[in-house]
Structures are given as structure tokens and as C-alpha cells.
Write a protein that binds this ligand. Structure first.
Ligand code: F6P
Length: 324
């Protein structure tokens, strides 16, 4: 392998730049060429490339977003799109690809590698932490800190006005952000898709909380949770059934994806980039780099895509005890 292409694909996440930096510098260290591919697979199809060297990635370790930009390419889902992408990769002399992204991006990498026999290595970059084969994805830790900081601020105003706040957080179909940030921010209740408490249980819990002397509350709701139709419907339901509560909703949205990466994400990104490039150089392909018990590991990319991540049951229990 003499030339590796690197791209970021799917929803961006803090730490992607630190991972690009690591891939580029590891290539430089091993004296092989590195090509940045802009806008994920769409940029590959269009041949939107940039030669990168160790100096191209100065001063980006601390930056949110991705200097290579990101996209969710519809065209790459088609056989014709992938053929064009392979033609451009060939023309540029790319011997292998490092794809920094989530499960959609890895599915694309897997199919591309099978169809055209090009070595690929995935680096999990998503705030959702919904990838099997790694205990943390890039951007997850930063997003947790962002959410906790936001909820701390909401708590100030909730407490001043004796209000109940529903705070909706991202996470797509999983509740990792909600559960961990909820415990970290001291939420009264945490609603996640993996555990259906039902609306009655929510009312009971809120009633108990009032009776126990609490005047304000924070309920963290994962965007994928199904307790209500949506977070605004939950607000209406609680107000209709517990008139003593004045309820507000705060949907945190895309601010959760931005910001300077935490130290943990920067270190993880640096380690993952080295592992990804060196694994390709060892002849490995079709893997995703992950972290397990502080060690870097490789997970077959098909397992990373298909496997489910488990929610931490012990943490649910801790959360229940904390709301006493
Ligand atoms: O996967 C990251 C994520 O931010 C999810 O948490 C969220 O559901 C989704 O992306 C939002 O996607 P978009 O940026 O396309 O609106």
C-alpha cells in the first residue's frame, strides 16, 4: 500500500478532525501518500481530492466539525455511483480507504470493498455511540459534556420558576446519550428507546417527586424514545394530568454535534488513526478500529454494522436510585 484515501462521511462528530490528523500523520510517518477526499462518498464519486501531508493538518486537533466536510451520498447507494467512485479512486492511485463515520458509512465501505476488492478500514465517528465493536465512538464523550452543560443551564431556569423541563437529546435509535448525560446532569427521569416505561409510570414518578419536596424537574428524553408521540405530546399529557406542573420543552438539536472535542475524544481519535493506517499496512481489510477496556481492537466491519450495542442496565438502576 502506497497511497491511502481518507474521508469523513455521514453526520459529523467532534474528534473527526483529530482522526484525520492522525491518519495523515501516520501515513507521513510511514512515508506513504495520503489523499483527503472531500464530502465523503460524494467527493469520491466526483474526484474531489486533496493531497495531504503532515503540515496540512496543523491546528485542527481542537476543532469541531470536519475540514474534509461530510455528506450522506444517495448516489453512492447505486451501483453506477460506486462504479464512478472506483474509477476515480483508480485514476488517483488509491490503494486503500479509511472511512471515518457511522454505520451507514461502514455499510457503504463494506459493499465498495466487496465489489471492487479495495481494502477499507473504518473509524467510528458519531455522537450516538451506536456502533458494535467499540465501547466509545468519536464525538460521544464531547456530546455528553455538551448535553450536561446545556442541562445544567436549563436547571438554573427550571429551578427559578419551579418548572418541569423535557429535554430532548440526539442519539437516533439508541439511548446512550440520554442515559449517560441524564445521570451526569442529575435528571429526574430518563426516557430511552431500550426501556419502555410508559406514560403512567412517568406520571407516578413525577407525582412522587413533587410529594417528596422537589419543586423543579428535568426529564431527559432520547429522540428515539417511544413513550409519547414526541416530546411536545409528552408535555401536553403531563400538563393535562398533573396541573400542578408548569412544563417547558427544550430540544437541544444540532448543537450536540458541534464544539471543540474533549481530551478523551482527541486521544481516542489519535489512537484510532494510527491503528487504522497500521492495520492496513499489515494487510488487514474490512475492519473497524475500536476501543475495548482501554485497548485498541479491530472488529470485522460487517459485525460493527449489524451488531447491537447494549444499554448499561446497571446505569439505569443507578439513575433510579438517584431520583429517590
Ligand atoms: O447520527 C448523528 C445524528 O446527529 C443523530 O443523533 C441524529 O438523529 C441525526 O444524526 C440527525 O441527522 P441530520 O444531521 O441529517 O439531521
Amino acid at each position: 500500500i502506497n497511497k491511502i484515501g481518507v474521508m469523513t462521511s455521514g453526520g459529523d462528530s467532534p474528534g473527526m478532525n483529530a482522526a484525520i490528523r492522525s491518519v495523515v500523520r501516520t501515513c507521513a510517518f510511514h512515508e506513504i501518500e495520503c489523499i483527503g477526499i472531500y464530502r465523503g462518498y460524494q467527493g469520491l464519486i466526483e474526484g474531489d481530492f486533496k493531497e495531504m501531508n503532515a503540515r496540512s493538518v496543523n491546528n485542527i486537533i481542537n476543532k469541531g466539525g470536519t475540514i474534509l466536510k461530510s455528506a450522506r451520498s444517495q448516489e453512492f447507494r447505486t451501483k453506477e455511483g460506486r462504479e464512478s467512485a472506483f474509477a476515480k479512486a483508480r485514476e488517483k492511485g488509491l490503494d486503500a480507504l479509511v472511512v471515518i463515520g457511522g454505520d451507514g458509512s461502514f455499510t457503504g465501505a463494506m459493499i465498495f470493498s466487496q465489489e471492487f476488492d479495495i481494502p477499507v478500514m473504518g473509524i467510528p465517528g458519531t455522537i450516538d455511540n451506536d456502533i458494535f465493536g467499540t465501547s466509545a465512538t468519536l464525538g460521544y464523550d464531547t456530546a455528553l459534556n455538551t448535553v450536561v452543560e446545556a442541562i445544567d443551564k436549563i436547571r438554573d431556569t427550571a429551578s427559578s420558576h419551579n418548572r418541569l423541563f423535557f429535554v430532548e437529546v440526539m442519539g437516533r435509535d439508541v439511548g446512550h446519550i440520554a442515559l449517560n448525560a441524564g445521570v451526569g446532569a442529575g435528571a429526574e427521569e430518563i426516557l430511552i428507546p431500550e426501556e419502555d416505561l410508559g406514560k403512567d409510570r412517568l406520571l407516578e414518578s413525577l407525582k412522587r417527586s413533587r410529594q417528596s419536596g422537589k419543586s423543579s424537574s428535568i426529564v431527559v428524553v432520547a429522540e428515539g424514545d417511544q413513550t409519547g408521540e414526541n416530546v411536545f405530546e409528552l408535555k401536553d399529557y403531563v400538563e393535562a394530568n398533573l396541573p400542578e406542573y408548569e412544563v417547558r420543552v427544550s430540544v437541544l438539536g444540532h448543537m450536540q454535534r458541534g464544539g471543540s472535542p474533549s481530551c478523551a475524544d482527541r486521544v481516542l481519535a489519535s489512537r484510532m488513526g494510527v491503528k487504522a493506517v497500521e492495520s492496513l499496512l499489515e494487510g488487514k481489510t474490512n475492519y473497524m478500529v475500536g476501543i475495548k477496556d482501554t485497548q485498541m481492537v479491530l472488529c470485522p466491519i460487517d459485525k460493527a454494522v449489524k451488531g447491537k450495542t447494549d444499554i448499561d442496565l446497571e446505569l439505569i438502576r443507578v439513575s433510579d436510585i438517584m431520583t429517590t
